[in-house]
Design a protein around this ligand. Structure first.
Ligand code: UD1
Ligand code: CA
Length: 459
């Protein structure tokens, strides 16, 4: 195994984003572009990852302060891509066998593509990622000799008319034996249209030294697509989401419309999952076989068991739900909730930090917070757990086979023991013994002669 140094260029200003946020911190699929690049770099198990930062660089560093595996180097002023990589050629990075250059604003390059470059460079070659594209405008062109051997890269601004017709472009990605790079970078000049140190000029140095330059192409153009503006960001987001959608469908998921799903994290599905339109999946979500997700649901960090149906407009966050349950429409399951098999949670029911046992139901208009609900419990419409005294949260326990009528308040801490029944409209403030009926004594009067107030008659 050869040692690898990854250099991520992220010093560019990103002026066209018109944003206070540095470009590489803008999200694709719910994650900063630079995070995507770092994750891909990490998949190659490098010895060191160096991020070259510049404009608003402190904000970029701060956003990754939790990650102590990164090395940061500032490039100021920014004198071109060659100058940028040079900033990363010290310390541990310099002693590695191979260096791979990545871009903080090109987030979707595949690990397989990068691995091809690194493996090639590990056999003493300069491995360069190029691609034939329909619109090469603005990009560096790959100039080849009559035998098809690559000679040099000419930047768009430096190219002649003939060279501008070339459609094979420089993606910017390359892998190179580190010793070669360390030798060449100080040799670069800036005698060109932009007055910059061009990283691309090392290709000609390699050719002049008679070394082997291999070119490779990625499978998809979106792998090498960079982001300079908000419309490009949006376009890349859609491309990425469509790829995820395709992969889900290949794995046996029905998407009612693959252009109307957003996965911001990882979504793992069993077979025959059906997902209706406009659903958002965040963090890590796992859906068991045959799960149905209705339209307009938002699911974050949750596990849903086989055969469970999540009906439209439901939000689930950091929860586990068992098999054959029915949640929604319009339900909200908040963090720390565990719902067992065959549970029914209906419309306008909020569940927070609660465990609900097999077969229990809360079908309408309830708040169940900090509660343990046993098996086969019925929670009537409008039931509220009063869990908060203004300073502390208290738990409610509802044991197996309890029946709670409509419009009940349970003032925690309180326990309703197994088999008990709570009459409609009851306020429970002390424990209910097993198999009893709990009710508040109330009277109902019938007053005769009562005059309902009348509105003044219209003139
Ligand atoms: C560069 C390539 C060009 C290629 C294109 C692909 C050179 C000389 N040109 O063009 O052949 O087709 O990328 O997009 O390499 N950066 C720094 N410091 C700098 C300059 C740039 O960190 O001083 C970073 C930018 O943040 C960006 C990347 O390098 O992530 C590429 O810079 P950019 O200006 O977008 O590309 P070009 O130089 O135009
Ligand atoms: Ca430039």
């Amino acid at each position: 195994m050869q040692s690898l140094s990854v250099v991520i260029l992220a010093a560019g200003q990103g002026k066209r984003m018109k944003s206070a946020l540095p470009k590489v911190l803008h999200d694709v699929a719910g994650k900063p572009m630079l995070s995507h690049v770092i994750d891909r770099a990490n998949a190659l198990s490098p010895q060191i990852i160096t991020i070259v930062y510049g404009h608003a660089g402190e904000a970029v560093r701060a956003a990754f302060a939790h990650n102590n595996t990164l090395t940061w180097t500032e490039q100021s002023p920014q004198l071109g891509t060659g100058h940028a990589v040079l900033q990363a050629m010290s310390g541990a990075a310099r002693t590695t066998d191979v260096t791979l250059v990545l871009y903080g604003d090109v987030p979707l390059v595949s690990v397989a593509t990068l691995k091809t470059l690194v493996d090639d460079a590990a056999t003493n070659k300069l491995a360069w990622l190029t691609m034939n594209v329909s619109n090469p405008k603005g990009l560096g062109r790959i100039v080849r000799d009559t035998n098809g051997r690559v000679r040099e890269i000419v930047e768009d601004k430096d190219a002649n008319d003939e060279q501008r017709k070339i459609t094979e472009i420089n993606t910017g990605f390359l892998a190179c034996p580190t010793a070669w790079l360390a030798r060449w970078l100080p040799m670069l000049g800036r005698n060109n249209a932009q007055g910059e140190y061009y990283l691309t000029d090392i290709l000609k140095l390699a050719v002049d030294e008679g070394l082997t330059v291999d070119t490779h192409s990625p499978q998809h153009e979106w792998e090498i697509t960079g982001v300079n503006s908000r419309d490009q960001l949006a376009a890349l987001e859609r491309t990425y989401q469509m790829e995820i959608a395709k992969n889900l469908m290949e794995a046996g998921v029905t998407l009612r419309d693959p252009s109307r799903i957003d996965v911001r994290g990882t979504l793992v599905c069993g077979e025959d999952v059906v997902i209706d339109i406009n659903c958002i999946f965040e963090g890590s979500v796992a859906l068991g076989q045959g799960v149905l997700i209705g339209a307009q649901c938002i699911l974050r960090d949750c596990q849903i068991g086989e055969g469970t149906r999540i009906l439209p407009f439901t939000m689930i966050d950091s929860a586990t739900i068992g098999m054959n349950a029915r949640i929604g429409p319009y339900a909200r399951i908040r963090p720390g909730s565990t719902l067992a098999d065959d549970v029914h949670i209906g419309n306008f029911v909020e569940v927070k930090a609660s465990a609900i046992g097999d077969g229990s139901k809360a079908n309408h208009l309830s708040y169940i917070g900090d509660t343990t609900v046993g098996k086969n419990v019925n929670v009537g419409a409008g039931t509220i757990t009063c869990n908060y005294d203004g300073a502390n949260k208290h738990r409610t326990v509802i044991e197996d086979n309890v029946h709670i009528g409509s419009d009940v308040q349970l003032v925690a801490p309180v326990t309703v023991h197994a088999g008990a029944t709570v009459a409609a409209g009851t306020t429970i403030w002390k424990d209910v013994p097993a198999n009893t009926l709990a009710l508040n004594e109330k009277t109902q009067l019938a007053k005769t002669g009562w005059q309902r107030p009348k509105k003044p008659e219209k003139k």
